[in-house]
Design a protein around this ligand. Structure first.
Ligand code: PLP
Length: 398
């Protein structure tokens, strides 16, 4: 077993070797610009981009002409939200989103409020799932767009996209989802979910960083977006800039592998995740799961360990790479907006870890992680006068 062990797949995933193999010829030999029309270098690159567009579309139940390549989910969110809001400004000025969105959505929406739009941020239930009734109640005559993420990046909770899609279609609203955590992990079909816009990044599904895509509906109704940059008019004028051919090829392969492997990978990761949880719960008291255990990504787990500081825990866990479960960022131990939104008490938020298992994790690694967590938590609890004083039984569970 090699260490450190990587269990932070919500942050990023390793590039699958098959993805890298698909990309290498486009660095070495086929390095052409996909927009070059006068020679075979350009044609070869363009054919590769077209092929990748088909692979991406196939994973999402979309058509190739509905896929726009971007630098990743952040840019896709920006283009989708700002582009759609500006295009629909005549129709209305109101946007609806949720309190647990990624900052790339929340901050883009907030920016739009400085540009003449109004925003309703819908709260979520304590289990980390948005209540469709609350979305429905937030809709006004002037509402133009609803944005709800597919899966939350801190909690791993899955949102009821099908119901929200139905609601948006009934009310004639655009429906956008930030699906960065869900694409390639759980089935997502833009037709079944009645999505109009979907954002994601390659690096969350074993592809390279700095490449992603935006699905923009054209079937049934054609979604108009105002482009957010100017230049050579690539990607049907929606995203100017020389296309990242190697990245696109990697994204395409990552999508094809995800489509082919999901049925086997999801249950394997769910079993590993459940083993991790069971192993920890068997040996430690006062552990709580943050977010619904039922509506959750299969590889995902977010736990709070009463009586320990997340930072100290992460330090002791040195050779198991996980993230704080609910801290804004490492420089800031304030509870995250997600932890606040689901009402996790601040001390429990500060004691939480997020585990993101992935394609290359093994049972042996999970068992190692269990031991590491259990030892680290026991040690910190035994050193914590506060935890002992709370009357719990930290050391009696062996
Ligand atoms: C990772 C992530 C993003 C941002 O993706 P980038 O590749 O950094 O642009 C946006 N939304 C969610 C939910 C994410 O998990």
């Amino acid at each position: 077993m090699q260490r450190p062990i990587y269990m932070d797949c919500h942050a990023t995933t390793p590039v699958d070797p098959r993805v890298l193999d698909a990309m290498l010829p486009y660095f070495r030999t086929h390095f052409g610009n996909a927009a070059s029309r006068t020679h075979s270098f350009g044609w070869t690159a363009e054919a590769a981009v077209d092929g990748a567009r088909e692979q991406v579309a196939a994973l999402l139940g979309a058509e190739a002409r509905e896929i726009v390549f971007t630098s990743g989910a952040s840019e896709s969110n920006w283009l989708a939200l700002r582009g759609a809001a500006q295009a629909l400004r005549e129709r209305g000025d109101h946007l609806v989103t949720t309190a647990i969105e990624h900052k790339a959505v929340l901050e883009t929406c907030r920016r739009l409020t400085h540009e003449g739009f109004r925003l309703t941020v819908v709260p979520v239930r304590p289990d980390g799932i948005v209540d469709v009734q609350r979305i429905a109640a937030a809709i006004e005559p002037q509402t133009i767009l609803v944005s709800v993420m597919a899966a939350n990046n801190e909690l791993g909770t899955l949102q009821p996209l099908a119901e929200i899609g139905r609601l948006c279609r009934e009310r004639g609203l655009l429906f956008h989802t930030d699906a960065a955590q869900a694409v390639g992990k759980v089935p997502l079909d833009v037709e079944a979910l009645q999505l109009d816009l979907l954002s994601f990044s390659a690096h969350k599904l074993y592809g390279p960083k700095g490449i992603g895509a935006l699905y923009v509906r054209r079937r049934g109704r054609r979604v108009r977006l105002v482009p957010q940059n100017e230049g050579g008019g690539q990607e049907r004028g929606l995203r100017s800039g020389t296309v990242n051919v190697t990245g696109v090829v990697g994204l395409g392969m990552a999508c094809e592998l995800a489509a082919a492997g999901m049925d086997a990978e999801a249950p394997r990761l769910r079993a590993l995740r459940d083993r991790l949880l069971a192993g920890i719960l068997r040996q430690l008291n006062d552990v709580t799961v943050n977010g619904s255990m039922e509506q959750r990504l299969p590889h995902s787990l977010n736990l709070s360990f009463a009586g320990v500081q997340g930072e100290s825990l992460l330090m002791l866990m040195n050779d198991v790479a996980v993230s704080p479960g609910a801290a804004c960022d490492s420089a800031n131990s304030e509870p995250s907006h997600v932890a606040r939104a689901i009402g996790v008490p601040d001390d429990l938020a500060r004691s939480s870890l997020r585990f993101g298992l992935g394609r290359f994790n093994t049972e042996e690694e999970v068992d190692y992680a269990i031991d590491k967590v259990v030892q680290s938590v026991r040690r910190l609890r035994s050193e914590s006068p506060l935890y002992a004083a709370a009357g719990t039984k930290p050391l009696e569970d062996t």
